[in-house]
Design a protein around this ligand. Structure first.
Ligand code: FES
Length: 281
């Protein structure tokens, strides 16, 4: 059993929890994820690791209500428990294994859309702790849905905030900010890391392709076992079939077939709708 030490609503339908999971905290690296289960028969929910404290033995997760299981999860309070908290799963971000001196010469741009700020945060924090300050763009639909702004500000070289409706920061999508930084402000980037909804990652990749910036994305398809056995999370990356849970979740964004991935993500919408109705009965 894994105790919830803190539960907080960050924005409408977006929650943060600190969970006691010393083994995961000891071994995890930026880019990895966990699969949680609320009870024995509960759905397995994959969540990226937003932060970790090796000394305290805690993991911070951030999730958005997207269906019946996350709706139920949002009801958990401080002092409640998760039945399972499996991880760390997946591969760590590539830069974790790179030579620090080589990394220091790389100009990195992170682009976070919506809850994508959660998996971006530990990556930018890790770089900051190793003396590398990356530029970060964080975007949300409106000011109210913006999360982790202060945390990100503390670890980013430069932070650029965008809202789709113009209620805060730059008015427009994250893609327009990427274009502005490169085309108008003459910034040069060696690599971009884009994490957020698939549609946002797709359009960021189209933009960075045009600008000639290699781009890494973190894929969040449907997952079941998280160990490469069930095939639920399969994706086309170039000519190859990859499993997001064991080969990823990070991939070359210019090679990912986003249209196919988005179609697969919609596959269980009917069942998900039924589960939501059942929960409301
Ligand atoms: Fe089953 Fe990846 S979740 S193969």
């Amino acid at each position: 059993m894994y105790k919830i030490l803190k539960a907080e609503e960050l924005a409408d339908k977006i929650f943060l929890m600190d969970v006691e999971a010393p083994r995961v905290a000891r071994h995890c690296e930026p880019g990895q994820f966990v699969i949680v289960k609320m009870d024995e028969k509960g759905e397995r929910i994959p969540l990226t690791i937003c932060d970790y404290d090796r000394e305290k033995g805690t993991i911070t997760i951030v999730f958005q209500i997207v269906g019946a299981s996350t709706e139920k999860m949002a009801d958990l309070k401080e002092g409640d428990y998760f039945r399972d908290f499996t991880g760390p799963l997946g591969c760590a971000s590539e830069f974790v294994h790179e030579d620090i001196e080589t990394l220091k010469n790389k100009k990195m741009l992170f682009v976070a859309g919506g809850v994508g700020a959660a998996p971006v945060y530990p990556q930018v924090k890790w770089l900051h702790e190793h003396g590398i300050d990356a530029d970060v763009i964080v975007g949300s639909k409106t000011k109210d849905l913006l999360i982790l702004e202060d945390e990100m500000k503390a670890v980013a070289g430069n932070l650029y905030v965008c809202t789709d409706d113009g209620s805060y920061g730059h008015s427009g999508m994250v893609t327009s900010m990427v274009e502005k930084l490169v085309k108008e402000e003459g910034k040069k980037y060696d690599v971009c890391v884009a994490i957020g909804p698939m549609i946002m990652m797709k359009f960021t990749c189209l933009m960075t392709k045009e600008l000639g910036i290699p781009t890494i994305v973190s894929m969040n398809p449907i997952m079941v076992d998280g160990t490469g056995m069930c095939g639920a999370c399969r994706l086309h990356v170039g000519d190859e079939i990859k499993f997001a849970c064991v080969d990823g979740p990070e991939f070359d964004g210019h090679l990912v077939n986003f249209d196919e991935a988005m179609k697969r993500q919609m596959m269980y919408k009917t069942q998900e709708g039924r589960a939501m109705l059942k929960l409301q009965e």
